[in-house]
Design a protein around this ligand. Structure first.
Ligand SMILES: Cc1ncc(COP(=O)(O)O)c(C=O)c1O
Length: 384
């Protein structure tokens, strides 16, 4: 793109009502934030599923770690190898029942890092059409052939696995919980990966701390082993920032040695590592408290919206999409709710297919019953 064409491009984006701006928000609790004018909002567009960002024990761990420096000072293979990240890797491996885990700086970089390092010229990636943008971008930077299969359509995937031959490795890559619809990938993926000798990679960004009785993610939810590589983030249910891969030691060692996003980027700090580690340990110690509250809250919100006749998509997760169809409708509802103190996301193309624009709200374990009821009332009133 020519730099001189940018003003025109911006104008087009504005005319299409797609111009987006960062709006500052300060979270005062895990469910309430204020803007710069002091206006208060109940927040329903955060991925802080378990409210870990404001758990006293987690905040205390961050406070304690700050004496080891506010930044890590470098990439982990050079100077940034803070204790907390290695401790966290061990804990994540134990939580995911794998030999090892390796931390990346964001969940986004994790998917890029996995595909960059593992998928080469002779390989084929079979990718669900609704996979997150970071998987799509990872497919783009890998040199592998990319085959997109219809969303959770096992027949379509099998047909493609049969048709496409390779001397290299076949990868099946899927979100565990799909970020825009909140549905869960199917366990039949394990059967297909076994039948076609593929490597199954599941991105548990919205699954870790969200599904499975103890919050272990997709594998626990399915009640089956067989995922070869579990990807995840520290940024959602674990109350911090960063991403991880849990797998065999061969895979994690290979990523540490060959994945450029791991090698060439300054690592997250001991503060961030200590935060995620404290959140993970708290979840492991008290899974019942967090998982029950999260799902009770999600069920209650679904019930309130459903009873009012809103077209919500059913799913066993706290991601609740309200399908609005037209972009303008979704946008209008989000704006009105914001004016009335409830923050939701309007999701529009290209994030979702045309005609399926939606409101996406995420319920967390931190919401109170009153907050759920107040938000539901605002949404219902403005939907009509
Ligand atoms: C499925 C999935 N993977 C990866 C990411 C990126 O994670 P992060 O925000 O930690 O970079 C997201 C973010 O929303 C996601 O939904």
């Amino acid at each position: 793109m020519k730099i001189k064409d940018i003003p025109q491009k911006l104008l087009e984006i504005k005319e299409e009502d797609r111009f987006r701006q960062v709006r500052d928000l300060r979270m005062m609790t895990a469910s309430k934030g204020i803007d710069r004018s002091g206006k208060e909002y109940i927040v329903f567009n955060s991925n802080d599923y378990l409210g870990m960002t404001h758990e006293p024990e987690v905040q205390e761990a961050a406070r304690k770690a700050i004496i080891y420096g506010t930044g890590s000072g470098g990439a982990r293979l050079t100077s940034g190898a803070v204790f907390e990240l290695s401790d966290l890797e061990r804990e994540l491996a134990s939580f995911k029942h794998t030999e090892d885990a390796v931390i990346f700086n964001t969940g986004y970089m994790t998917n890029l890092g996995v595909l960059y390092a593992l998928a080469g010229l002779t390989d084929v990636i079979f990718s669900d059409e609704l996979n997150h943008a970071s998987i799509v971008d990872g497919c783009r930077i890998s040199k592998a052939k990319v085959v997109v299969y219809k969303h959770s359509d096992m027949r379509d995937l099998e047909k493609k696995l049969q048709e496409i031959k390779t001397d290299g490795q076949k990868f099946i890559y899927t979100d565990g919980v799909f970020s825009m619809d909140g549905d869960v990938a199917l366990p039949e993926l394990i059967d297909l990966k076994e039948k076609y000798d593929a490597c199954l990679i599941v991105d548990d960004a919205h699954s870790t701390g969200v599904i499975g009785e103890k919050g272990h993610g997709t594998s626990e939810y399915w009640g089956r082993n067989g995922i070869d590589i579990q990807v995840g983030t520290l940024s959602k249910a674990l109350g911090a920032e960063g991403g991880f891969v849990a797998s065999t030691r061969n895979i994690t060692d290979y990523l540490r040695n060959c994945s450029r996003p791991f090698i060439f980027s300054t690592s997250i700090s001991s503060v961030t590592g200590a935060t995620a580690l404290a959140a993970l340990k708290l979840l492991e110690r008290e899974p019942g408290r967090f998982m029950k509250k999260l799902h009770d809250n999600a069920d209650y919100m679904r019930k309130l919206l459903k009873e009012a006749g809103l077209p919500i998509v059913d799913a066993p997760t706290p991601i609740i999409p309200i399908i609005m169809g037209e972009e303008t409708k979704a946008l209008r509802l989000a704006v009105r709710c914001r004016e009335q103190g409830v923050l939701l996301s309007a999701i529009r193309p290209p994030s979702v297919p045309k005609g399926t624009s939606r409101i996406r709200l995420t319920v967390t374990a931190a919401h109170t019953k009153e907050e759920l009821e107040r938000a539901a009332a605002v949404i219902i009133k403005n939907y009509r």
